[in-house]
Write a protein that binds this ligand. Structure first.
Ligand code: DGP
Ligand code: NA
Ligand code: NA
Length: 223
């Protein structure tokens, strides 16, 4: 039996990643949808607490390692399903891991410079490791690499107008701006052609699905 394929949908918060991931998983035959962070596991429970409770104290490095550990929690299941020939659709994965941490580093620096008081997003002092892409990538080293990554992006203005913004940690527009540039940096760092940037500006759900589906077919991922 041929190995299955790993299809990753990444993107900024509120770009419709989860909606699209579910639709794409539904369109692919033998498939499994997996979402990261997976808040239902032991480590996912801590991550959920961290994201929803702004008084929950965790150093930036610890948070980074927990998100990675959460991916490792599901590693055996992913490999097992791939060996059984499944398409796995991932709603976020390693690139979120690096991009959000890198963004926290940039945010800490901007907070330091502007003298703003402590915030829940990142520690007020930027720690060296959080700005070091090699360090950030290390704990994810060895996780299965996606066959195709599609990154959903849009103008920050349109993004800000979208419904559903809550008060979870990171859900702040000035932070999302930094997240966007961090993602671009991380994705351009990838030298192969497995990464596609998808501009979803002004597009409805069906139009976006069509774009993603065309990319999947172009790459021959669903064959
Ligand atoms: P979501 O459940 O997809 O809305 O993700 C929750 C928040 O956590 C969102 O703001 C993005 C952020 N996030 C997702 N994955 C990671 C990760 O691996 N590391 C960090 N630091 N943040 C992440
Ligand atoms: Na979110
Ligand atoms: Na999501």
């Amino acid at each position: 039996m041929t190995r299955g394929q790993l299809i990753l949908i990444e993107g900024l918060d509120r770009t419709g990643k989860s909606t699209q991931s579910a639709i794409i998983a539904g369109k692919l035959g033998k498939s499994k949808l997996m979402k990261f962070p997976d808040r239902t596991t032991k480590i996912g429970g801590i991550i959920n607490e961290y994201l929803t409770d702004s008084s929950f104290q965790l150093s930036d490095q610890s948070a980074h390692l927990l998100f990675s550990a959460n991916r490792w929690e599901l590693n055996n299941e992913i490999i097992d399903l791939l060996n059984k020939g499944y398409f796995i659709v991932l709603d976020r994965y390693i690139y979120s891991g690096i991009a959000y941490s890198l963004a926290k580093y940039e945010y800490s620096k901007s907070v330091q410079n502007s003298g703003t008081k402590s915030t829940a997003i990142a520690s007020t002092t930027a720690s060296e490791q959080m700005g070091d892409v090699e360090w950030l990538y290390c704990p994810d080293k060895g996780l299965p690499k996606p066959d195709l990554t599609m990154f959903l992006t849009m103008d920050l203005e349109e993004l800000g107008n979208r419904k559903g913004w809550g008060d979870e940690r990171y859900e702040l527009q000035e932070f999302q701006k930094i997240v966007k540039s961090s993602f671009m940096r991380v994705l351009h760092h990838e030298e192969d052609d497995s990464v596609e940037i998808v501009d979803v500006n002004g597009k409805g759900i069906e139009a976006v699905t069509e774009l993603l589906w065309n990319l999947i077919q172009k790459k021959g991922v669903n064959e």
